[in-house]
Design a protein around this ligand. Structure first.
Ligand code: TRP
Length: 340
């Protein structure tokens, strides 16, 4: 008797979910440290990228600006090359399961756990006039974002490590009460060296919430890019050397140059040996413009085609909702709610 061996089931791709808030144009740091890597994941993983508009309202937003920044963020995701067929691109607020899941998880999270979140402490110091409950429970909304999609991997910056830990804790607690509901996710951190620092205070991370001079925005024009680098902090000696501890400003410019050109640090330092900081700044300016210009061009094309953008986010919300609903229904049933 011949035995028929069934073909191996195609291996299920691991799922990736990440979120980005539509609060202002992302910086070069966001691009190098996070966004550009997303493109590299699209064939190997099953990816969802969410524009985290619900998270944005934990600080006050101007309605027209929130709307504009949200649609711009979608255009940018497309402009960096994400294929909307391969990646599910959607607005968090279009998938009501996020808000619902957030409530459920609120009831499985302890005050003590939330009280330890360092980002809440930082943000409430910064927004002392608006320390709302959403700011406090922000990590629970984020946990729901991830758990709804049974994500295996979550690409985030190190500032989100604590939020990811709490997500894992909540998921494990829920699973121990009601088995097999959530996949426990893991952080997916891009390689070291991708950390881009402020141009004015190079010991701090480049952030779009700092004054304009501190960061390059992905949509900055060549003139603005040139001016910001020209004003970037260096130091009082003149040696071009990679030494983040003693020469944070110069080292930051060197790292950016490395990241953008793909050359090794040794090669970059040796090409610049004997040259001045002005040359370093010119080199990093040119490299930045070269990388950002094509993105900006595509961004403008997408922004001019609102109908296309709409078709992308509608389709994205539909696909996301289908997945999210499966998990939400399962969790609700296990808790004891009457199925709808
Ligand atoms: N909190 C994240 C940030 O500010 C954004 C975010 C929201 C997110 N939901 C997420 C990131 C889910 C990863 C997974 O950067």
């Amino acid at each position: 008797m011949t035995q028929i061996i069934p073909p191996a089931a195609p291996e299920k791709k691991q799922r990736i979910l990440s979120g980005i808030q539509p609060s202002g144009t992302p910086t070069l740091g966001n691009y190098i440290g996070a966004m550009r890597n997303w493109k590299l994941l699209e064939d190997q993983y099953d990816c969802l990228y969410m524009i985290a508009d619900l998270h944005s309202i934990t600080v006050r937003q101007e309605p027209a600006k929130l709307r504009a920044q949200s649609i711009q963020m979608l255009a940018l995701l497309l402009a960096i090359g994400l294929d909307p067929e391969k990646n599910v691109l959607f607005f968090q607020s279009h998938v009501p399961e996020h808000a619902e899941m957030s409530w459920l998880l609120n009831c499985y999270t302890y005050m003590g756990e939330m009280n330890r979140m360092t980002q809440f402490k930082d943000k409430s110091a910064k927004h002392a006039d608006n320390i709302n409950c959403g700011l406090f429970t922000y990590p629970i909304l984020m946990a729901g974002d991830i758990l709804l999609y049974q994500a295996n991997l979550v690409p985030v910056g190190h500032d989100q490590t604590q939020h990811l830990e709490i997500c894992r804790d909540i998921a494990a607690r829920f699973n121990s009460l009601y088995p097999n509901v959530f996949t426990i996710p893991e952080g997916y951190y891009s390689k070291v060296g991708a950390r881009v620092m402020s141009l004015q205070e190079p010991t701090r991370k480049m952030s779009k919430s700092d004054p304009e001079d501190c960061y390059i925005a992905i949509l900055d024009t060549p003139d603005v890019i040139r001016r910001k680098y020209r004003r970037a902090v260096t130091d009082s000696d003149s040696e071009i050397r990679f030494d983040p501890e003693n020469k944070p400003g110069v080292s930051n410019l060197l790292s950016i140059l490395c990241a953008l050109t793909g050359s090794s640090m040794d090669d970059i330092v040796s090409t610049l040996s004997g040259k001045g900081y002005g040359d370093l700044k010119n080199a990093v300016t040119d490299a930045t413009i070269e990388v950002l210009s094509p993105i900006q061009e595509r961004f403008n094309q997408y922004m001019a085609d609102k109908a296309y953008l709409e078709s992308v986010y509608r389709q994205g919300a539909e696909r996301a909702s289908r997945l999210a609903n499966r998990t939400l229904s399962k969790a609700m049933k296990k808790i004891g709610f009457i199925p709808r």
